[in-house]
Design a protein around this ligand. Structure first.
Ligand code: GDP
Length: 181
């Protein structure tokens, strides 16, 4: 069975743990501890193929920013999460996406853009159309989700598996040329 390493990224408080725990254990955690960073394993079936996801729920706080290079290097797919209730969290993910591309050094990296807390419509600060434009620019799928109401939780993890199943990432040609010279 294939195994995929998935990294869940986003600033503190956007619901990375809530989404991961909802997916893995099927319950919603109200408790907010931004320092928790953990690995989870779950077997899922996507398009009739079973696979195992090893999910790293990152801490996402500034003091751990330097750790990101490390887990980006090891990750194969990235769930990039912002909260629809926080414009700031939507700005933060742009920096994280740049970091993913820089660390991976390849043309194509499996990424899905996720706007969490879609149940809090009355507190919305990020429109779906703004996020869709960003996803088009990134050339990646986009979903709004809610860890609380379990909306699109399984779907977003299935989608990142599909992205990882698409043609293997191409090595950075410039880098290969440099090492050959
Ligand atoms: P993390 O720091 O990104 O891992 O965020 P957490 O998963 O710890 O969530 C931060 C806070 O937001 C917690 O109080 C959660 O209960 C809450 N939360 C997470 N996801 C949702 C959601 O989809 N809807 C609502 N209403 N609250 C959420």
């Amino acid at each position: 069975m294939r195994e995929f390493k998935v990294v869940v990224l986003g600033s503190g408080g956007v619901g990375k743990s809530a989404l991961t725990v909802q997916f893995v254990s099927g319950h919603f955690c109200e408790k907010y501890d931004p320092t928790i960073e953990d690995f989870y394993r779950k077997e899922i079936e996507v398009d009739h193929n079973r696979c195992i996801l090893e999910i790293l729920d990152t801490a996402g706080t500034e003091q751990f920013a330097s750790m990101r290079d490390l887990y980006i290097k090891n990750g194969q797919g990235f769930v990039v999460v912002y909260s629809v209730t926080s414009r700031q969290s939507f700005q933060d993910i742009k920096i994280m996406k740049d970091q993913i591309m820089r660390v991976k050094g390849v043309d194509r990296v499996p990424i899905i853009l996720v706007g969490n807390k879609a149940d809090l419509e009355h507190l919305r600060e990020v429109s779906s159309s703004d996020a869709l434009s960003l996803a088009e620019m990134w050339d990646c799928p986009f979903m709004e989700a809610s860890a609380k109401s379990r909306t699109n939780v399984n779907e977003l993890f299935a989608e990142i598996v599909r992205e990882m199943n698409i043609a293997p990432v191409k090595e950075d040609v410039d880098w290969v040329c440099c090492t050959l010279l």
